[in-house]
Design a protein around this ligand. Structure first.
Ligand code: F6R
Length: 241
């Protein structure tokens, strides 16, 4: 693992955007694994800036999102589909057909998950997977206790995650309790992984991920076994290291 502790969220965003941009510059038809949430918002803003400066071109890039809420329509502003379009995809020259985000209203969820895995495989696998991390150590929506061997699947979200996500919803009962998520096995199959985290609330999860035992109780801890992981965190998130 390469670990960078940076001074500010701005620095974190710039450094991580540079890593994504260099991936695309060196391999224009890269397959990128994308995350949502508040952590990568700055990264996406910086990527859009690099695109506008013509430093990076997304026309041959394919993307796969880590997850999507289950039971939510794509046009619902709380959906990850909406988030991705709003925060990145509508602002760069990516082909619409190259965008892959799990479908929250998939009728046959199991078949949809299998197709999602197949589509990743057909494109040769994910070159660079961007990850945020939950306070409980989740990556994607792989919650503590989930099987390390899982591929894309339907997940029951845990209390802490539902509570953390409620900040984006008007009423608590609107917060979805299930999601479709790439599994740990899908994530671990990416050639490179970029994990980003900021703020004190993530300090324990970051400590457990990097220094703790490798256990499904901390899903991100398996990243210790991946051969190419870069972690970029601010000082608050790194304070227990
Ligand atoms: C989002 C995702 C989640 C988030 C995590 C952190 O696609 O997969 O694992 O990365 O919940 O969220 P934020 O960045 O909002 O703290």
């Amino acid at each position: 693992m390469k670990i960078y502790i940076v001074k500010s969220y701005e620095e974190l965003s710039k450094k991580s955007a540079n890593i994504v941009a260099s991936q695309v510059i060196l391999k224009p038809n890269s397959v990128l694994g994308l995350a949502t949430g508040s952590t990568p918002e700055g990264l996406y803003k910086e990527l859009i800036k690099l695109y506008n400066k013509e430093v990076v071109d997304f026309k041959d890039v394919n993307t796969f999102n880590l997850d999507e809420y289950y039971g939510i329509h794509r046009h619902n502003p709380q959906s990850y589909y909406y988030y991705m379009r709003n925060n990145l995809l509508d602002h760069i020259n990516i082909e619409k057909n190259n965008i892959n985000i799990p479908h929250g209203l998939a009728e046959d969820v199991e078949a949809h998950c299998m197709e999602y895995e197949e589509s990743i495989k057909k494109l040769g696998g994910i070159d660079l997977q961007i990850l945020g991390i939950g306070r409980n150590g989740h990556v994607g929506f792989n919650e503590p206790g989930d099987d390390f061997k899982a591929k894309t699947h339907l997940v029951e979200l845990q209390e802490e995650t539902i509570k953390d996500n409620s900040r984006f919803f008007e009423k608590p009962e609107e917060v979805p309790t299930k999601a479709i998520s790439m599994g740990i096995k899908t994530i671990m199959s990416a050639r490179k992984i970029l994990l980003i985290a900021n703020g004190e609330g993530k300090a324990k999860a970051i400590y457990d991920t990097i220094k703790g035992p490798i256990t499904p109780k901390v899903p991100a801890s398996i990243l210790q076994l991946h051969k190419d992981v870069t972690v970029i965190i601010d000082e608050a998130a790194g304070k227990l290291l």
